[in-house]
Structure formats: C-alpha cells, structure tokens
Design a protein around this ligand. Sequence first.
Ligand code: G3I
Length: 403
Amino acid sequence: MLRSALRSFKKNAQHGGCVRRSYCVAPCGAALAFLAVSFAQGQTAPTLKDAYRGLFRIGTAVNAAQFEERDGRGDAIIEAQFNTISPENALKWQSVHPRPDSYNFDLSDRYVAFGERYKMFIVGHCLVWHSQVPQWVFRDVEGKTLTREALLERMHDHIRTVVGRYKGRIGGWDVVNEALSEDGTMRPSPWYKIIGDDYILKAFQFAHEADPSAELYYNDYSLENVAKRKGAVALIRKLKAAGATITGAGLQGHVRIDRPDAQTEAETIEAFAALGIRVNISELDVDVLPRTIRTDSADVSETATGTAQSNPYTSGLTEEMQQRLAKRYAELFGVFVQHHRVMGRVTFWGVTDGDSWLNNFPTRGRTNYPLLFDRDGKPKPAFAAVLEEAKTALRLSWRGAGN
Ligand code: G3I
C-alpha cells in the first residue's frame, strides 16, 4: 500500500497536482495518502522537504560558503532538508552590479549552479531595493540626482541583464523588496522620490519582459501589521489593475517568539490569497532575544547598543526557551498547513543558528537561536515540531472528508 501511495503521489506531483513550478494547486490527495500511510506505519517523515511535499516547498537562504560547498555541515543539511533556495546576499544590486559599467556574476553564477546541481527551485532575491544598492545608481557622472527617465533606464538595464542571464533557470524573483513604510504608505526611497510610485509597476513589467515564465513576487516584512498589510494589498491590487504579472506576495516572516499571533498570521495569508496570488513565507526566523529597539521591524538600518540583559543565552538556550521555540514553530506551521492550498513555499532565512543575521540585528554580536538547526548543525526540538505539524494536513483532510 505504501508503494502504491508513493507511486500515485509521484505521478500527481509530476503530472497533475503541481501544475506550476513552485506550488501545488490540487487538493493533493495522493500526497496526503502517502503521508497517511507513512505515519500509520509509524514512520516519521525524515526530512522537511519530504514531510511537506505536496503541501508547499521548504527552503533556506544560502550564503556563499554554502553554495560554494565550503560549509560541509551546512551543505549536508541543505541537500537533505530543502527543495528551494534563496541567495542571502549574492544577487543583491551591490553584489552583481557594483559599478555603472560592470556586472559581476561570479557569485550568482555559482549560486544558480548549486541550485541546479541539487535540483532546487531557485529564487532570485532581489531586483529593486533601497538597501544594498550602491549610491551611484541614483546619480549621474557629475554626482547630480538622476532624472526619472535616466533612473528608469538604469533599472531597466539592470533587470534585463540580471533576469535575462538566468532566464529559465531562476524560477521566481523578488522584484521589489520593502517598498512600504510601517504605516502602509510608500517608503520615501530614492526609487520612489526620483521615479514616482509607478516605479514598482515598471519593475514588474521589466522583469516579465526579461523572463515571461518566471514567477514574480512583491516581498516585505511586518505585513502582519494591519496598516502595512492594507498598504501592500492596495499596492498589489493596483499592480494587477494596471496589467502587471504578479505571481505572489512574499511575507518575510521575521517574527518574534510571542508575536504576531496565529490568528493574525492566518488573516495576513488570507488577505493576500484573496487577491488571487500565491503566498510565500520568504524569510522565516523566530527571534528569541529581547529587542533593543522599540519596533518589531526588520529594517536593517535600525541598530542599537546591547547590554548583558539583551544577550541572555550566550552559553546556550535554556530548556524552557527551546520548548517555547518549538511550540512557536508548531503554531506557525499549523497556520501554514491550514493554508497550504494558497501557499507556494516556506523559506527559512539561514540554515543553522550560527548563520543567522539575527546574531547581528539590531545589535551586533549577540547569540540568537532563530532557526531549526543549532550551531553544530543538530536539529533542535523545533525541527521535530515542524515535522510533526505536517500531520495536521492529514487531520484536516480527514475532517474535510466528512469524518
Ligand atoms: O561583504 C562584507 C564584508 O566584506 C565585510 O567584511 C563585512 C563586515 O561586516 O560585511 C560584509 O557585508 C555584510 C553582508 O551582509 C554580507 O555578509 C554586511 O555587513 C551585512 O550588513 C549584510 O547583512 C545582510 C542584510 O540583509 C543587509 O541588508 C544579511 O546578511 C542578510 O541576511 C539580510 O537579508 C535581509 C533580506 O535581504 C531582506 N529582508 C531582511 C533580511 C534580513 O535583514
């Protein structure tokens, strides 16, 4: 029975259920049958990507040491656990286009080759952002601010060159990243100030033109906050009304141990799904440390000085916090599983705790524990909790079948 469920699951994944590259749109009955049989036989799904196959993809952000295969511990985890990758920094403007007249694809070529080697769904992050973009982008040779037309031309050239280079190989792009302020209005970035609010529409048009089959996403953090969420929903509605191709919203998911709550997470996913687009959790991590700044923002320009109280787990996470983290991950994945029909992927922002940007944000040099694998690459209780949540899909389908 297990073999026949597996055969039918594979067939469904290849030919029927998963008609787009990044997500399953069918009820995924065969996948559920496969999970049901494995669980019934007492086999726990051994890896994240297997446990969630047929529901949504499971991914991680990778750094250069990982996609250059110099991080044995991290690489073993990536290959075993994940079926989609995002580049933590390698495809940002400052990495690929450091000077006006030269592109540098050394790192990004290796990133894409790594993804292809391990048959991953490869994400491009990110084309247009106000951060990690050199200041020359906004100035002419004399140092004067560019005109709207000149900046649009520069943006067009960048998108055409970068997306064009990986046409058919990078499956989905974060076209515009973090364009909104916390109150849901347009962030006054140089892109907005120089081009005006149609810069986002233009970016999506240029990206679609460069690779018509690539998925295109709007990506941002704190979209769980009502004001910002409303701003993003209005923005996407406007893009769609103007005829833009937009496949999905990336909810970054830089969350904290106690917020946002499950209900808010569910409402956020539903608000974007109601626009008829896919929802990806694009940069998931759970910050367990006390915040040293007032907001819950993931704005990398916000920094703060630390104290001993703000870095309480330098010699290890307490057992109580490990369990809280596991429960928190279970809560989040419970929501994701419930919404699996509208979700494309859940991507963690880093592989092990030691890799995470949260060791340096908003305060440098702290010891954080936001991911599923510890600094030695060992799975944490949160890992088991996430695997366990895949079974919720079974319970949901059992109830949905009228039981
Ligand atoms: O490359 C330099 C290196 O030459 C220098 O020696 C070193 C000294 O600090 O810095 C290196 O640059 C660092 C870069 O990562 C590459 O490692 C920067 O300082 C550091 O600020 C930068 O941080 C990245 C951050 O984006 C910057 O915005 C994080 O790795 C990356 O995880 C983070 O990712 C962002 C997403 O792109 C968008 N959403 C939020 C997310 C978390 O901030």
